[in-house]
Design a protein around this ligand. Structure first.
Ligand code: DGP
Length: 114
C-alpha cells in the first residue's frame, strides 16, 4: 500500500507528529482542522473503508475508539463533549481511502452535519 497516504504515515515514511499510538492504531492531528481539536485515528493495517470490516477487525475498532477517548480527555474536551465520525465512500464524504476515525471538539458542533 505504498500509494496510500495513511499507510505512509503509519509506516513513518511520511513524517507526522503522532499524538497517540498503540499496537493497533496511531493518532495525529488533521491537516485541515474543522474544529479547535481535530484528530484522526487510523489502523496500522490498511482497511479501505468501513464496508471492509470483518470479525477479525473488531479489535482494531475498539482501539480506534479507545484512542479517541484518551485524547479527548488529554485535550480537555471530554467533559464538554465531542464528536467521532467515520466517513464512508463518496456520499459519506470520504476523501482518504484508509479507514480513519475523526475526533472533533473544542466548539459547539452542529447537527445535522450537512
Ligand atoms: P475524510 O474526508 O473523512 O476522508 O478525511 C480525511 C482527512 O484527512 C481530512 O480531514 C484531511 C486529512 N488529511 C489529508 N491528508 C493529510 C495529511 O497528509 N496529514 C494529515 N495529518 N491529515 C491529512
Amino acid at each position: 500500500m505504498e500509494h496510500c497516504l495513511f499507510c505512509r504515515i503509519a509506516a513513518g515514511t511520511l513524517p507526522t507528529e503522532l499524538i497517540y499510538q498503540d499496537e493497533q492504531v496511531i493518532g495525529f492531528r488533521d491537516l485541515h482542522p474543522q474544529a479547535p481539536v481535530h484528530c484522526l485515528f487510523i489502523p496500522r493495517q490498511h482497511i479501505t473503508t468501513l464496508n471492509d470490516l470483518t470479525p477479525e477487525t473488531d479489535v482494531i475498532m475498539r482501539h480506534l475508539f479507545r484512542g479517541a477517548r484518551q485524547i479527548a480527555v488529554q485535550e480537555g474536551i471530554a467533559e464538554d463533549g465531542y464528536r467521532t465520525v467515520i466517513n464512508c465512500n463518496v456520499s459519506g464524504g470520504q476523501s482518504v481511502y484508509h479507514l480513519h476515525l475523526h475526533l472533533l471538539g473544542g466548539r459547539s458542533l452542529h447537527w445535522p452535519p450537512g
